[in-house]
Design a protein around this ligand. Structure first.
Ligand code: MCN
Length: 783
């Protein structure tokens, strides 16, 4: 039916979002509400010699000032990283301890040192300025490669050389042997620029302590409220799980940055208990730049070898990954298992080796951001392929074609088993949609206007639907990553779906309802999706790694299987037919081949009135399921970018961007297109504009939108979207995640296009006009 799987249904949630009636954390007001503001370190690295809050406490309306040692005395635990990584010598990683508020030393600008609680937000912020902290400055280091040098400032006593781990994947000897026999070797030095996440809604939290019940409620901008509750209780000792309710109401974008439990939530919860007041904290934009987990920040050397026919014979990658001052929740997984495992790309390569050194620096923690590890891997692979083709005088599409994997399942040398895909089809569709055949004419026409036109490819594959608990457990994850769902059919036949997934812009209220509507033939209006509250949904693992479709929706499918089985039993009993003959379609439960039927709501009513149920059947119609898939999903695509560069100014215009993707079964093509638009735009932002800059001493230079440039509508073209489908065999719906693909596939396509236009491959992201102009000067105008 028209609202089911495959229908471009308009988003149910948009009515409240576009009329300004979404309910975000900062919109919530509690009785007895006070406001928290944090005193933050202005230094990148310093000892705290003393804190004097006298002046702040003397201000009328200031309720309390609390510091890090007080939390420690109350047994509040350190913030943890969720993934245990071992170095290649077999030793466990060394990670510096992360106190929610600094106890003795600060290690990045913006690190919280104290919280001021006051009657208004303005007063709390003013009073935070009045808290005097006596710092003794220490030498600082912001660049990961510098932090590894002898004599670099040391951040943590237990992390010698600032090296958290030196991890490897693949077979080094095999990669070396492959490279030794290569007819051609392409080498690249790659910098993957550091990004800030920039969700529209800044982080916010309200902590409510009820001393009568000794119970805590936390409203927070979280992508995974249940995981938040788990770590807050199990690791940070804030409260036992049954005395802590976490609610993530409407959340205005996360892009990974709201997966983690930050110091602020922990501190607000504890401060609420201490003061007996509800404590609200909302980040302003400057705080967001300073304290939201940043992303990427890799420095890489890569070598790829080819035989005389252009077949890849070896790949060796050495990466230094900046983790920041502390290791955040996914920080250790991101540059390892989310990166090294994708260094086979779409290609049939036998010999791959990757070494990653993860490093503490005096910068804010670096963690997952749309794509997390996979954009970095794709950038390495796709810059190498394009560069190699140019160096060998081959068509970059042809070089890729010669190396594509064509048979599935395919075991890569870096752990992953790709289960499906058709890379040739994606390339062909992409080329046709981008009119690659007409490029030469367009280039000539652009030249007649004094513009340099270039074209660049990126053929990406990524692993998402982050789940299989056994797989992630064997790789060091602290938890399993299944998902849960409950399907509640009410006596009147309407349905409530409780899910452990969390939507913060992805449209789950629509797509999840579509899957249910499709299954039972019910109107979308009769289906409600409930999520984001640990008191309503028992447990869930939340949303990241493009997993809600592949894992969350399939948990609903599993619960619907159970509902369907019970519905069929009730109908068979009532209609005096065999269960095997019962079919559910268009909102009716029918005996196949007859005119005997019940309306859907009649079955619901029968389940609850329970006057005439089969012997031994429990009343009611409600089923739950936990779903744990057998594999990740592997979306793939061909992205083709066409640019025009003004040689006078170095300004780049993206004149066409074509994305041909394979997301398996598509539930809602309009939502999926929106996801690709958003992801590609973020990728273009990384390629052309965005860059977090710290100076050598760890001062944040790009602390506002005056210095950090986000893509705007006039920076991007109207996208050309194509798709080709291979169904994911690892989940019943056959879906592959789509939420990150755009950000993963697009940056290399953009840089490949610009370097093609200007005839100089020596260009780093972001390709600002200044850099592009300088690169043109370096080699002169292409003839
Ligand atoms: N979908 C579909 N058909 C498919 C796959 C997905 O119709 N074959 C739908 C899903 O049902 C869902 C949406 O597309 O409505 C995205 O699904 P999925 O790829 O499973 O991703 P998640 O829902 O798990 O969302 C997470 C993903 C990630 S990891 C980041 S980062 C990101 C992204 O989604 N952050 C976002 N997209 C975002 N979009 C918005 N507006 N805001 C964010 O913070």
């Amino acid at each position: 039916m028209s609202e089911g799987i495959g229908a471009a249904v308009k988003r149910k949630e948009d009515k409240r979002f576009i009329t300004g009636r979404g309910k975000y954390t900062d919109d919530i007001r509690m009785e007895n509400q006070a406001y928290g503001a944090f005193v933050r370190s202005p230094h990148a690295h310093a000892e705290i010699r003393g804190i004097d809050a006298t002046a702040a406490l003397a201000m009328e309306g200031v309720i309390a000032v609390h510091t890090g040692p007080e939390l420690k005395e109350d047994g509040i635990g350190d913030i943890i990283t969720g993934w245990a990584i071992h170095s290649k010598d077999g030793n466990p990683m060394n990670v510096g301890a992360w106190n929610p508020m600094a106890t003795a030393r600060v290690r990045h600008v913006g690190e919280p040192v104290a919280i001021v609680i006051a009657e208004s937000q303005a007063l709390a912020r003013l009073a935070a300025e009045a808290v005097e902290v006596d710092y003794e400055e220490l030498p600082a280091v912001a660049a990961a490669t510098r932090a590894l040098e002898d004599g670099a400032p040391l951040l943590h006593d237990n992390v010698p050389g600032n090296l958290i781990f030196d991890w490897e994947i693949g077979d080094e000897a095999a990669a070396d042997a492959g490279l030794a026999g290569a007819a051609h070797i392409t080498e690249l030095d790659i910098v993957n620029n550091r990004l800030a996440p920039n969700a529209i809604e800044p982080r916010s939290a309200i902590a409510v302590y009820n001393d009568i019940d000794d119970h805590y409620t936390l409203y927070t901008t979280s992508q995974n409220p249940h995981v938040a509750r788990l770590v807050l209780s199990a690791f940070y000792n804030v409260a036992p799980e049954h005395k802590l309710r976490v609610i993530a109401p409407d959340v205005g974008g996360g892009f990974g940055s709201k997966i983690y439990i930050y110091p602020e939530e922990i501190t607000c919860l504890w401060a609420s208990m201490k003061t007996g007041r509800s404590v609200k904290w909302t980040s302003d934009r400057s705080e967001a730049f300073m304290t939201d987990a940043h992303a990427r920040d890799h420095v890489t050397k890569a070598r790829m070898g080819f035989d005389a026919d252009g077949k890849i014979v070896g790949l060796k990658v050495n990466t230094v990954a900046n983790i920041g001052a502390y290791a955040s929740l996914f920080a250790t997984a991101t540059p390892t298992y989310l990166y090294g495992t994708l260094l086979s790309g779409q290609y049939d390569i036998t010999n791959v080796y990757c070494d990653v050194k993860a490093v503490h620096t005096n910068t804010v923690p670096v963690d997952a951001y749309r794509g997390a590890g996979r954009p970095e891997a794709t950038f390495v692979m796709e810059r190498l392929m394009e560069t190699a083709a140019r160096e060998m005088g081959m068509d970059p599409a042809e070089l890729r074609r010669r190396n594509f994997i064509t048979e599935f399942p395919h075991q890569t040398p870096v752990i992953m088993t790709y289960d499906s895909g058709d890379f040739h089809a994606l390339l062909e569709k992409g080329q046709a949609a981008a009119d690659v055949a007409g490029f030469a004419a367009r280039k000539a026409e652009a030249a007649s206007r004094g513009k340099l036109r270039g074209i660049g490819y990126s053929c990406y594959i990524e692993a998402c639907g982050i789940a299989p608990s056994k797989a992630v457990g064997s790789l060091g994850a602290g938890v399993g990553l299944w998902e849960s769902a409950e399907v509640r059919v009410n006596p009147v036949g309407t349905i409530e779906i409780l899910t452990g997934s969390h939507a913060h812009g992805q449209g789950h209220e629509t797509t999840f309802a579509q899957v249910v509507s499709d299954r039972f033939g019910l109107p979308m209006d009769n289906i409600t999706i409930v999520h984001g509250d640990t008191d309503k949904v028992q447990m869930g693992m939340g949303t990241y790694g493009s997993r809600s479709g592949a894992v969350g929706m399939n948990a609903i499918v599993k619960a619907m299987d159970k509902v369907e089985a019970k519905v069929k039993k009730i109908a068979a009993h009532t209609l005096e037919a065999s269960e095997d003959d019962i079919v559910i379609e268009d909102g009716e439960v029918k005996v196949a081949g007859t005119d005997k039927k019940m309306a859907w709501h009649e079955v619901g009513l029968a389940a609850y009135t329970a006057h005439n149920l089969p012997d031994g059947m429990e009343p009611g119609l409600k089923e739950g399921a936990f779903y744990d898939p057998t594999n990740f999903t592997f979306p793939s695509g061909t992205y083709i970018c066409e640019v025009e560069v003004d040689p006078e100014t170095g300004v780049v215009e993206i004149v066409q961007f074509t994305a041909a993707d394979d997301f398996g079964t598509v539930i809602n093509p309009m939502i999926v297109e929106g996801q690709v638009h958003g992801g590609v735009t973020q990728g273009i932002g990384q390629a052309l504009l965005e860059n977090v800059v710290y100076d050598e001493d760890g001062q944040l230079i790009t602390g506002s939108y005056m210095d950090y440039c986000m893509p705007r509508a006039d920076d991007v073209p109207s996208y050309v979207l194509e798709h080709s489908t291979t169904v994911a065999p690892s989940n019943p719906l056959g879906v592959k995640g789509c939420g990150e693909a755009g950000a993963i596939g697009s940056p290399p396509a953009v840089i490949n296009a610009i370097t093609d236009a200007i005839g100089n491959n020596n260009l780093t992201m972001p390709a600002t006009p200044q850099k592009v102009w300088a690169a043109i000067q370096e080699v002169g105008l292409p003839q």
